[in-house]
Design a protein around this ligand. Structure first.
Ligand SMILES: Cc1ncc(COP(=O)(O)O)c(C=O)c1O
Length: 473
């Protein structure tokens, strides 16, 4: 197939040229009605923001340009079928779970999954069996579950309807998922993978291999995270001996808008073509740019640039702030030059390099120089031991989702909630992985970690302070 073609974008381009008359939604009428001060930004995109007019196809029952664009994506990503998503990987994760599990079904899930996976479990009413990730001392964080934990969970719960894994983790670390998938498949259980951070893995070496090529049944990728697609644009790929396509399609049309955005869909068409047309030379240039960025950051006296291993995605650059300096000093130095990282934790920063050579070396060098000039030794920052956050390799919630629905709850200060069952999740954002999960008994380590993160200024997604706990009986 001709991967340089972009059938959906080209169709919209042609349609825009017609300067048609709109007696239909959306209300901006091809961009003619809009507030003037904003229109210079929106004008061009609004011309593509059409609706399901004759000939423009329909995401929920594609037979024309959308179908062709999805087929090109399936060809490039090597899937049996690829769905375009306009609700982000969030929609894909929800749909893949709903397609595989029903109320009361067991499902084996990595405990450090994104909240969209946890929400999928709750919506389906399934019974999650959590598998704990390993704590990697070298990088100071939880990564993936061990092979032994996965296999022992599947042996113990061979009636599970799916296993849900995240690959790579937020920081780009991968693991031997192929071996896990092969063992899980022995039990005739489908493997669903949240690969939100791995859309560019399809480029091949030197990037890690996509789980889609390693036997996963369903793989969800955020095109907008590392490929040049608009926010909310994602792919859901299916490569499975299980019959999952129709069910996934059914839930996607239920969970996503009945008026999916054409600019988002066109950006998925463009992102796939962008990936598919990268040459070896392009990739070389990207990698050499990554090393230059790493070298400049390495000049910052307050930082250690985490070395890359064969398991890491090169686009992700993890910085450890040295113990005698504060994260805040580094962030302020970067922000002075309008440089913003993807994520900041209490001791780390995560930067994502794009899929093209970096173009802002001068501000980056200036920022590093400024940080070095101003760097002051702070008090040694208190760190806490989070390695016992997930003490049991295999665990379950204290209540089923059905039981939770029957209960009332009270809002209390976090420390007062210790030993009670959480009626809401506590989620630092980013990365969006619940520290305390709705339905879990709140432990001392969890409360201590949340309090520590709050003190360090980490954002927790919450509408009210404290935590909701279930009232007993
Ligand atoms: C691991 C993981 N899965 C899923 C998502 C949700 O992706 P999206 O923003 O495309 O809905 C995220 C978002 O940060 C993520 O980090």
């Amino acid at each position: 197939m001709d991967q340089s073609s972009t059938p959906l974008f080209s169709l919209l381009d042609k349609f825009a040229m017609k300067h048609s008359t709109s007696f239909h939604v959306p209300g901006h009428k091809n961009g003619e009605i809009f507030l003037e001060f904003a229109s210079s930004y929106f004008q061009q995109v609004l011309k593509l923001d059409v609706t399901e007019l004759p000939g423009l196809d329909d995401l929920h029952a594609p037979t024309g340009a959308i179908q062709e664009a999805e087929q090109l994506a399936a060809d490039f990503f090597k899937s049996n079928h690829t769905f375009f998503l306009v609700g982000g990987s969030t929609a894909g994760n929800l749909a893949m779970i709903m397609a595989c599990v029903q109320s009361g079904d067991k499902v084996i899930v990595q405990r450090n999954s994104h909240k969209s996976i946890m929400h999928g479990l709750e919506l389906s009413g399934a019974k999650p069996i959590f598998i704990a990730p390993e704590f990697d001392k070298e990088v100071g964080r939880f990564t993936s579950p061990s092979y032994e934990t996965v296999v022992s969970a599947v042996q113990k719960h061979s009636d599970a309807k799916a296993v849900i894994l995240t690959y790579p983790d937020y920081f780009g670390r991968t693991y031997d998922i192929k071996r896990m998938i092969e063992s899980i498949h022995h039990y005739h259980i489908p493997v669903l993978v949240d690969e939100a951070h791995g859309v560019h893995f399809s480029l091949g070496d030197p990037f890690p291999t996509s789980s889609l090529q390693l036997g996963a049944d369903i793989v969800v990728q955020s095109a907008h995270k590392t490929a040049p697609a608009m926010t909310q644009s994602s792919y859901l790929h299916i490569n499975s001996a299980f019959n999952l396509k129709d069910k996934v399609a059914y839930y996607l049309q239920m969970l996503q808008s009945s008026s999916p955005s054409y600019p988002l869909m066109a950006s998925l068409d463009i992102a796939r073509s962008y990936l598919a047309t990268r040459t070896d030379k392009d990739i070389e240039k990207i990698i050499s740019s990554v090393f230059k960025v790493r070298e400049i950051l390495g000049r910052c006296e307050g930082l250690d640039v985490l070395p890359l291993t064969g398991k890491d995605d090169m686009l992700k650059i993890t910085l450890h702030v040295k113990p005698s300096y504060s994260v805040q000093q580094i962030i302020l130095g970067l922000e002075e030059f309008h440089i913003y990282p993807e994520l900041t934790t209490d001791r780390q920063l995560l930067l994502i390099h794009g899929l093209a050579p970096f173009e802002h070396f001068i501000p980056l060098e200036k920022a590093v120089k400024r940080i070095n000039e101003r760097l002051k030794k702070d008090i040694i920052h208190a760190t806490i031991d989070i390695s016992k956050l997930f003490p049991e390799p295999i665990s379950e919630l204290a209540l089923t989702y059905q039981q939770m629905n029957e209960l009332t709850y009270t809002n209390v200060a976090l420390d007062r909630g210790l030993g009670n069952i959480a009626a809401e999740s506590i989620i630092p954002y980013p990365p969006g992985i619940p520290l305390i999960l709705k339905g879990e008994k709140i432990t001392k380590t969890q409360a201590m970690t949340v309090n520590h993160l709050l003190k360090q200024g980490v954002t927790i997604q919450q509408r009210t302070k404290g935590i909701k706990i279930y009232n007993k009986g």
